[in-house]
Design a protein around this ligand. Structure first.
Ligand code: MEV
Length: 438
């Protein structure tokens, strides 16, 4: 591949042609085919193009619905965007299973977000601490023009402290900001406030006569929100008497199932190898709702996994208790999401997702996401400790395999009937098609 200058200045068609020319044969053809994924609605396409830089086309993912989520007495149909074939099916099954057993209970434990001004400063710690406590109020006043709207909505800055980090890194301090950002995820709000605070703080130190000349320089390294939000946490749980869990494949009784299920979750609490996969199952559900609603799945993922390791070992985000005859399964996860701002209002399908959820507040959306994560986790672990995961997974994957071989509708019907009582595998499906095609 050649290097290029001025790529971002080219038109979309020129970018595609340039890229296609760098590739040979089939690859070049694939690139020239990109315009077939453009929207026919030109205004809509322009909006998609402008979400990012150097856009060539759109990348489609399925948008589906998991109905029957009973959460705190209210029923939701939850929009999910995900490519993995079994995820929406598992969420829907989990929702239905718990619909018949009282549904999900959820509660938001806290919604606080964090931002940090990372800076280096050389001098007497005591003088810096005294300076900060004197100017703290003025610093907050200096950003009042940025916080006014958030204050009016019931949020705003809830904390600002000086953190001494000099033991870990020479001359390193932080101004740590805490904020409530209402229905916004809050990144723009927090970052704007931090940058303004840093300017005012730096000028204040420079102007303070009590500092020696060498102490007047605040060296700001960076101002940025933290995506680690252990104080923006939601809990979801389900519970029922063990004997109401039902009967399970393989002749497993409800009691045996409950014990096996609890052991599987316990394993994810003590073994990071299992915990990562276990939590990946939870995030299958959460990410799908995060993407459907136009939220930042990278932030959610990074935070969830850091939270899972908060005591120094990576562990399961969910847990089970078996008390007397009661089965209780619960999940705690940090979810800093928004229902206003960013992509939530710009992406037409994010808006649709929020409309389908009946325009929730951010805390309500956190609760829906946590319930879906728990349902997903329940579905995965239930399969793992009963039938095994491949049976259901490969059945749903069959269509993907058949589509890869461009199977006709009749071939698909025949293959579905053939595999209805057999284990699906890639080679099995391919060979079945081969035989059928003579
Ligand atoms: C697959 O996407 C997710 C699972 O591996 C989760 C789990 O093992 O709990 C099935």
């Amino acid at each position: 591949m050649k290097t290029v200058t001025g790529f971002s200045k080219m038109t979309k068609a020129e970018k595609i042609e340039w890229l296609a020319e760098q590739l040979e044969g089939e690859s070049g053809k694939l690139v020239r085919n990109l315009p077939t994924f453009w929207h026919s609605d030109k205004a809509l396409q322009k909006r998609f193009d402008e979400f990012s830089e150097n856009t060539l086309t759109n990348y489609d993912l399925p948008f589906g619905i998991a109905p029957n989520f009973l959460i705190n007495g209210k029923v939701y149909s939850v929009p999910m965007v995900i490519e993995e074939s079994s995820v929406v099916a598992a969420a829907s099954l989990g929702a239905k299973f718990w619909l018949e057993r009282g549904g999900f209970r959820t509660r938001v434990l806290a919604t606080s977000k964090v931002g940090q001004i990372h800076f280096q400063w050389q001098g007497s710690k005591d003088k810096l601490k005294a300076h900060f406590s004197e100017v703290r109020g003025d610093l907050l006043k200096a950003v009042a023009h940025l916080t006014r709207n958030m204050d009016l909505r019931g949020g705003g800055i809830t904390g600002l402290e000086l953190v001494d980090m000099t033991e870990q890194l020479e001359n390193y301090y932080q101004l740590k900001l805490q904020a409530e950002t209402c229905n916004a995820m809050g990144a723009n709000f927090i970052n704007s406030v931090l940058e303004e605070l840093a300017t005012v703080f730096r000028a204040g130190v420079e102007a303070d006569e009590r500092f020696e000349a060498a102490e007047k320089k605040v060296h700001v390294i960076m101002c940025i929100l933290s995506n680690y939000t252990p104080d923006c946490v939601v809990e979801a749980s389900v519970e029922c008497p063990i004997d109401e869990l039902g009967d399970f494949p393989g002749g497993l009784s409800a009691q045996e199932f409950a014990e096996k299920f609890a052991t599987a979750v316990r394993i994810a609490e003590i073994d990071p190898n299992r915990a990562v996969t276990h939590n990946k199952g939870i995030m299958n559900g959460i990410d799908a709702v995060v993407i459907a609603t136009g939220n930042d799945f990278r932030a959610i993922e990074a935070c969830a996994h850091a939270y899972a390791a908060r005591d120094g070992q990576y562990r399961s985000l969910s847990s089970v208790t078996l008390t007397g005859d009661k089965f209780r399964f619960s999940l705690r996860v940090p979810l800093a999401v928004g229902t206003v701002g960013g992509l939530t209002s710009l992406h037409p399908l994010a808006r649709t997702s929020l409309a389908v959820l009946e325009n929730p507040t951010a805390p309500e959306l956190m609760q829906v996401m946590a319930a879906v994560g728990l349902a997903q986790n329940f579905g995965a672990v239930k399969s793992l400790v009963t039938t095994g995961i491949q049976k259901g997974h490969m059945k749903l994957h069959l269509l993907n395999i058949l589509n890869q071989f461009e199977a006709t509708p009749e071939e698909i019907e025949k293959a579905k009937a053939h595999f209805s009582d057999k284990v699906v595998s890639f080679t099995g499906a391919r060979d079945f098609l081969k035989t059928m095609r003579g």
